[in-house]
Write a protein that binds this ligand. Structure first.
Ligand SMILES: [Zn+2]
Length: 558
């Protein structure tokens, strides 16, 4: 070999080596900055949606100052979400969850059914008369059809709007009995929250007017029912339903004081992930910090910030799982803002340009319970002596007669006690401002972690579509599979309402009870892959294709 040839080999070797080093460095940078430690080769098998109900960026800032260090969510901020619904630019929780559960917007108070045509915003350009009140398939239902395990976790009753929207189809979020019944027959793998009263008939101390005992139904279906923190921590397999309170669970701050028998949101999230991740097909989980919204309505800064920090702890659990698992997309976002919280307000005692961390945090440190628990402590004695004593004991503020009069005046105008206290104390003793006791309509932050995480401004309906495409299903196809209007297929059918609380669809001799996934043929009982849903406003009944095939199998003519 001559010298020139040898040096050519040497040069080529050096060039190849440099290119290889460059490739490794570039790839690492791409992984770091483009998709949060993930490359395109990681496929999504699991989606965890996490919703801090009713807040926005201002609460993220407040929570960071309160904690004194970065939140888990801080490293996940990737964009923002538009929140409006079909009849208002300011949404309610039911319409909001419908958007990110089904990919379609709806009317205030509706849960995963089509919007009513009468008051649709002009921006939509059409009223949608043909689809009003029609059930719309959710990402949870679609994931279940794909064989994935599914779960819901909340700190409210489980039938409250946000968890319910994934597993029921009703035109009124307050129909708690119907909602709970549908959720029980959705065959969830894990459900943790409150609301035990909606599982029990009135005769057994519950709220059900249809005489059914849904805890009994769950037991027959093979669920373990748990009611205490220790029980949930001890479970390691199977389908589990946790009912940790007759009504809502405690606020995180009050739980620590008064109800240590209830699990934290992070503990429920960890257990749900542990149970769901045993399914080899993957899972879909929704976790809600339900009460952040209620704190916003009450203008209660301590309830809001402590429940948000509890939510951030739950996010940490999900992200730690996703980091190890590598096939999990975590999407977190509020459904809307509530209370219009600001850091700084128009009449603070210190000028805005001289506001110290202590000005923000010290009043919060003195508040030992939520305003809801404070209301309970005050009881029915609204005298100055009693109110000032309790506010001093639990919130560490010595209110003046002027503060007292302001609270009383708000109450005289119909504001509830804890809302009035929240408003007056925030205004006079903190630098935290509020613009409303209701929801507000700005975009909310989007946080995400995992493969192909979204970056940018999205509509709330996009979150369902992102989930659908990540998990590999098409919601239009799932809608066709799950919700067929009976009248479009069979001409001879009847909705038997002789037992008004338990209506039954009858086709020939076949019976399909409303709000369940059951078809009864004489002695035979078929379990369907979707619910039988009645839309009272249009008097239409919807059944899954599964039911249509079984009915045809019995020789029923169209
Ligand atoms: Zn709200």
């Amino acid at each position: 070999m001559n010298k020139t040839f040898k040096s050519m080999i040497r040069i080529s070797f050096c060039v190849i080596l440099m290119l290889a080093i460059l490739y490794v460095i570039l790839n690492r940078q791409l992984q770091k900055y483009s998709s949060g430690d993930f490359t395109a080769k990681h496929k999504v098998k699991n989606v965890i949606m996490m919703v801090p109900d009713g807040c926005s960026n201002s609460l993220q800032t407040l929570a960071r100052w309160k904690k004194g260090e970065a939140l888990t969510l801080d490293s996940m901020l990737v964009g923002a979400v538009k929140t409006y619904m079909t009849n208002s630019i300011i949404t309610g929780s039911a319409a909001a969850v419908t958007a990110f559960a089904t990919g379609k917007k709806t009317t205030v108070g509706f849960l995963s059914v089509g919007p009513r045509a009468e008051d649709v915003l002009t921006i939509f350009g059409h009223s949608g008369e043909e689809t009003q009140y029609k059930p719309m398939a959710t990402v949870l239902e679609a994931a279940k059809l794909k064989g994935k395990a599914v779960g819901l976790v909340a700190t409210s009753t489980i039938c409250h709007a946000t968890p319910a929207g994934f597993a029921c189809h009703v035109d009124n979020r307050n129909k708690y009995n119907e909602i709970t019944e549908q959720m029980v027959y959705e065959n969830l793998d894990v459900a943790f929250g409150g609301g035990k009263q909606y599982f029990l008939p009135e005769s057994e101390g519950g709220a059900r007017t249809d005489g059914e005992n849904l805890l009994g139904v769950l037991r027959d279906k093979g669920y373990k029912i748990v009611e205490k923190r220790e029980e949930i921590l001890g479970i390691s397999s199977g389908k589990v339903w946790g009912v940790f309170a007759m009504n809502h669970m405690r606020a995180d701050l009050d739980r620590r004081q008064f109800s240590s028998g209830q699990p934290s949101l992070a503990e429920m999230t960890a257990k749900a992930i542990e149970l769901l991740s045993r399914d080899k097909d993957g899972f879909f989980l929704m976790v809600e910090g339900s009460q952040i919204d209620w704190a916003g309505h009450a203008n209660d800064p301590i309830h809001m910030v402590t429940d948000f920090l509890a939510f951030d702890e739950a996010v940490k659990v999900a992200v730690e799982f996703a980091r190890k698992n590598k096939e999990t997309l975590v999407l977190a976002f509020p459904d809307h803002n509530c209370g219009g919280m600001t850091i700084g307000h128009g009449h603070t005692k210190v000028p805005y340009s001289a506001t110290k961390v202590e000005d923000l945090i010290d009043p919060l440190k003195r508040m030992k319970i939520t305003s809801g628990a404070l209301k309970y402590q005050i009881g029915n004695d609204y005298s100055y002596a009693n109110m000032s004593k309790e506010i001093s004991e639990w919130w560490g503020m010595n209110i003046t007669k002027g503060d007292y009069n302001a609270i009383k005046k708000l109450m005289d105008n119909g504001t509830s006690l804890n809302y009035a206290i929240g408003e007056v104390i925030s205004g006079n003793y903190t630098v935290i401002g509020w613009t409303s006791h209701n929801h507000t309509g700005e975009d909310v932050p989007l946080w995400a972690y995992g493969p192909n995480r979204p970056v940018g401004l999205y509509d709330n309906t996009d979150l369902a579509k992102i989930t659908a495409s990540a998990l590999g299903f098409n919601l239009d196809e799932v809608n066709k599979e799950l919700f067929v209007e009976v009248g479009e297929i069979f001409s001879n059918y009847d909705l038997d309402k002789s037992d008004a609380a338990n209506p039954v669809l009858k086709i020939d001799s076949l019976e399909l009870p409303i709000n369940k996934n059951i078809l009864m043929a004489g002695g035979e009982v078929h379990e369907l892959n979707g619910l039988v849903v009645y839309a009272p406003m249009t008097e239409k009944v919807y059944i899954p294709m599964d039911a249509v095939r079984i009915i045809e199998g019995y020789g029923v003519r169209h």
